[in-house]
Structure formats: structure tokens, C-alpha cells
Design a protein around this ligand. Structure first.
Ligand SMILES: [Zn+2]
Length: 332
């Protein structure tokens, strides 16, 4: 299974390169990082053969904590719960930026720990449970017992299948159906709905008090995860982010961005989509992307340009197969 097909329990299976001994690697312990007073990120920790976790952002508010995205793996949600214990605060709200399993799988554990919390998200998961996720479950079930797939990957596939089977518990209590100011724990957040972007309903959030924006998978590094993407809506969403005076923007995957580095990302993304829509070779588009974002990856875990280019090439193919978008884009 190619690493680029595993973003959110993806479907295509291209190649398998088991990592020797990776299955025995101990679980990582994600370390919260305070990016502004009372605002933390809990970053994803890449582990060989494992699917990703989306970054989490945690805001301290008057009555508790607001948690943006809950990760996929137990170690990620444990890090959220540990931060709540350390801060002596309860989680009163979860905001899911989108329904990909690396962002919502921790919801049930947080609900169990804090039964009164409310989950806020767009209603896009309803279609996804019947569409992309159902198809993913059908396709990936056959790999659970395939010895050619690394044991750790099969373990993740199994967990993802269980999450899909219990999918209704991942749904929001409160559906975000328009952009608006929302008071959570007496703290006002600007909640933005981006229709038909990375999914059919992405939510991103801006906290004026701290200057922190949580963008979900509208920004992902090392490559844009276009598995369920509608690129036109995605461009529009990035344009709305660009018009927001954030100080720090936390992406769904990758390190926090400043206005300057976000601008690099946005221009790289647009050039990548333009290239994919042109007659240029996919290798051209992929290496252009890897060059464009090289400064954003420097020093991080995903800094191998060849691997970045291979991921970008995968998504050029995906866009070209779908006439410029994912076949799971539901926009008219
Ligand atoms: Zn993600």
C-alpha cells in the first residue's frame, strides 16, 4: 500500500514496502506545544507504516477547553486527555474541521471522558459514511489478512474499519451550516464553513484573541491531500484564509505557519493545480511542488524531496483521472 493512499483510509493500493521491525516500535507520545497563551497544538507524530493523525489545536476558554480535531490513534487522543488533566480543565467542545478519520476518530473517547461535551462539525460526514468511507471499508477489508501489508498498517486498517462501522458516533451534535461567530465557553470564535474544498464541508476556525487559526486539511504538508477534494472550493477557502489577519495558522498536517509561509503554501498549491490541469508531465508538476514547498519542509520530518515529489505525482494522477478533481467531489 503506497504511503500516499493512506491519508484517510484511502482506496487505491499501489505498492507495499514493509519497514522491518516497525511493528514493534513503541507508541509515540505527542508533546503539546503552546503556540500562544492558552493555545496548544498537539502535533501528529509520523510513525513508519502507520496512517497519519491530523494536528489537534486546543484553546483554553473560561469554562474549559475547546479541542479542534481528535486524531486517529489512541496515543493522540491520550495526549489530548493528558493535557486536559494537566490543565485541570474539562473539554467542553470539540470542533471537527472535516470527517477524515485522522481528525475525528478520537471523538468517542473524548465524549466518554467528558459526557457533556458537544461536537461541532459540518454535516458532510453523512454523505461520507455512505460514499467514500463505505467504499474505503469495502476496498480495504481485503488487506486486513494480507501478510504483504505491514502489521502496523493492518492494525490501522482494522481500527479504521471499526470506526466506520460505528460511524454514527462520529457525527456532530451541532451541525455548522454557515460561517458565523460562535461562543464556546463564553469565548467567541469565528467559525468558517468552506463548502466543497478538501471535503464537501470543511470547517476552519479563527480566534481573534490569540491570533491563531486552525485550518484543518485546507493546508497539509508535505503534499495537499486531495483524496476527496473539490479544487475550486479549496482555492476559494485559501483565499478566505489569506484575508484573515491570523498570526499563526495551524494546518491539518505539518508545522504552524505564519502569514508569510501560508502565502508560500497557497501559491504553491495554485501552481500545482494549474500544472495538473495543463499538458505538462506529472513529474514536472511533482518536482515543481517539491521545489515550491522545500522551505516549508526544511528541518521537519518530511523533508525528503523525492518522497514529497512521489506524493505530489500520485495526486496529479488522481486529479487527471477525475477531470481536475477527486471523483468524490460532490460539487455540481
Ligand atoms: Zn488529515
Amino acid at each position: 500500500m503506497d504511503v500516499w493512499t493512506r491519508t484517510c483510509l484511502a482506496i487505491a493500493v499501489l505498492s507495499v514496502a514493509p519497514s522491518v521491525g516497525a511493528a514493534e516500535a513503541p507508541d509515540p507520545v505527542p508533546r503539546p506545544r503552546e503556540v500562544a497563551a492558552g493555545v496548544w497544538t498537539i502535533p501528529e507524530v509520523p510513525v513508519p507504516d502507520r496512517e497519519p493523525d491530523g494536528n489537534t489545536v486546543v484553546f483554553a476558554v473560561q469554562d474549559g477547553l475547546v479541542v479542534v480535531d481528535t486524531g486517529r490513534h489512541a496515543w493522540h487522543r491520550d495526549a489530548i486527555l493528558a493535557l486536559a488533566r494537566q490543565q485541570h480543565r474539562r473539554v467542553l467542545a470539540v470542533v471537527n474541521t472535516h470527517w477524515h478519520l485522522d481528525h475525528v476518530s478520537g471523538n468517542p473517547a473524548l465524549r466518554a471522558a467528558f459526557p457533556r461535551l458537544k461536537v461541532y462539525a459540518s454535516g458532510a460526514i453523512d454523505h461520507a459514511l455512505d460514499g467514500f468511507l463505505a467504499a474505503s471499508a469495502r476496498e480495504s477489508a481485503r488487506y486486513i489478512d494480507d501478510p504483504a501489508i505491514p502489521a502496523a498498517t493492518r492494525d490501522d486498517i482494522r481500527s479504521d474499519l471499526q470506526a466506520i462501522q460505528r460511524g454514527t458516533v462520529l457525527k456532530p451534535d451541532i451541525v455548522i451550516d454557515a460561517s458565523r461567530v460562535l461562543a464556546l465557553g463564553h469565548h467567541e470564535f469565528r467559525i468558517n464553513l468552506a463548502p466543497f474544498a478538501a471535503t464537501s464541508g470543511d470547517v476552519w476556525l479563527y480566534d481573534e484573541a490569540s491570533g491563531v487559526a486552525a485550518l484543518g486539511d485546507l493546508v497539509t504538508l508535505p503534499v495537499p491531500y486531495l483524496d476527496t477534494a473539490c479544487p475550486d472550493g479549496w482555492r476559494a477557502a485559501l483565499s478566505a484564509v489569506a484575508a484573515t489577519p491570523f498570526r499563526i495558522a495551524v494546518p491539518g498536517h505539518g508545522p504552524p505557519l505564519t502569514q508569510a509561509t501560508f502565502t508560500i503554501y497557497r501559491h504553491s498549491f495554485e501552481r500545482f493545480l494549474d500544472c495538473a490541469a495543463s499538458a505538462r508531465s506529472k513529474e514536472d508538476c511533482a518536482s515543481q511542488w517539491a521545489d515550491d514547498v522545500a522551505s516549508l519542509l526544511a528541518g521537519g520530518p518530511a523533508r525528503d524531496p523525492a518522497q514529497t515529489a512521489s506524493g505530489a505525482a500520485y495526486y496529479v494522477d488522481l486529479l487527471r483521472r477525475g477531470a481536475g478533481r477527486s471523483r468524490y467531489c460532490e460539487a455540481n
